[in-house]
Design a protein around this ligand. Sequence first.
Ligand code: GLN
Length: 486
Amino acid sequence: MEYCRLSIAEIQDGVRQKQFSCREVVEDHLKRIEIAEPKLQAFVTVAAELALTRASSLDRDLAAGGPLRPLTGVPVAIKDNICTQGIKTTCGSRILQNYIPPYSATVVERLESAGAVIVGKTNCDEFGMGSSTENSAFGPSRNPFALDRVPGGSSGGSAVAVAAYESVGAFGSDTGGSVRTPAAFCGVLGLKPTYGRVSRYGLVAFSSSLDTIGPFARNVEDLAVLLQVIAGHDPLDMTSHRGTPDSYQSGIGASLRGHRIGVPFTLVEQGVEAEILQALRRTTEILKQLGCEIEEIALPHSGSAIDTYYLIAPCEASSNLARYDGVKYGYRTRRFSDLTDMYRRTRAEGFGPEVKRRIMLGTFALSSGYYDAYFLKASKVRTLLIRDFQNAFSQVDSILIPVAPTPAFKIGEKMSDPLAMYLTDIFTVPANLSGIPALSIPAGYSRNGLPLAVQLLGNHFQERRLLNVAYHLRQALAVNPPPLAV
Ligand code: GLN
């Protein structure tokens, strides 16, 4: 039996009926990790010993009559910028390569109290800055459908882990598309929740007004459970929303009749590869058959989303990353003459080129005399984008757009051209800038066997609705995936 192919519900049933133990499920995933990792490099750290000990203790609890929890024995992988007490959390950076957090993120605590087993920490672009996982200090992860291609980023390792059956679910952070892009490139589901729905406590800050934590899964029911476990108010995150989360599983399967879906056709038709556009059109046809009404909408300011994002995110990052100074934690240069020299050398040696580029950009844009022209202006454009969505959602229930303009690109293809890399995010950053939820949904495969995807956006706190639409699409779109490369 291959336990690593099971869904959460199947693991629950099997464990309940004593067909297998949590330990057997975890062992099978660790075996899969051992086989796949030399080629995929989804993980920075595999926590094999901890995972096995934990699985055994879950089995003991069950044997002693303990309750089955929502994720009992379910192996999950956590992006390496989410703090795990006692397990290295590198953020894909040399500056934190030996950092072991003294506490766990709220999402990690919630997962553990729900019975999940953390199998490891996944590779990512340094501090989440990138769209391909190539900006990791530990080398790129690889796309499981084509090893010479990127898995997307920045949470590439998490998407690979789920796509390649190394874990049942995984978690990433999404500041400008970092859950949705890798989900799209690897053929799995990836959700960026509403800002404030999931606690950011213990997520290493990149751009605090945009950062969110979201789950990856291979099916909608699993995704709903993973979201349910991590959603909800957290007094440790002052931007956390106080409202009670919806019941995400119970919304799945409801009829889509009369559901209005907006598509900004004029926007989407520019600069998007033909197969992506075809997948989007195919999806709208299926949605029509399911009873949805498709309407053309306009998002007039979305053309400025990339410029706005690539000002706001680096500005906030330049401030957030000031804490890596060689004093408080992480890497410190060996040789230095005085304090300033120590700071300078530590940061020069500890940060990679993309992080430095962002710190310089952000510092420049925030410096006195430039603030009004850049950060303030970007903040105003952000408000216009938010209004675009408010207008759109007065007309439709959800919005359908691509995730990325192309399927997974080749490793190395965009590394010498930061602007080309940034343009990967053209359809993902608007949701972050406006705080709304967005879901990357697999939508078939390209002629050369690469995953295609569409993105569904909803109004604030409409995750339940997004999951239901995704469920129907998955049912209608059931296609056999091409074989994995490992
Ligand atoms: N690709 C975007 C960036 O480089 C988004 C990253 C993210 O969501 N963490 O900033």
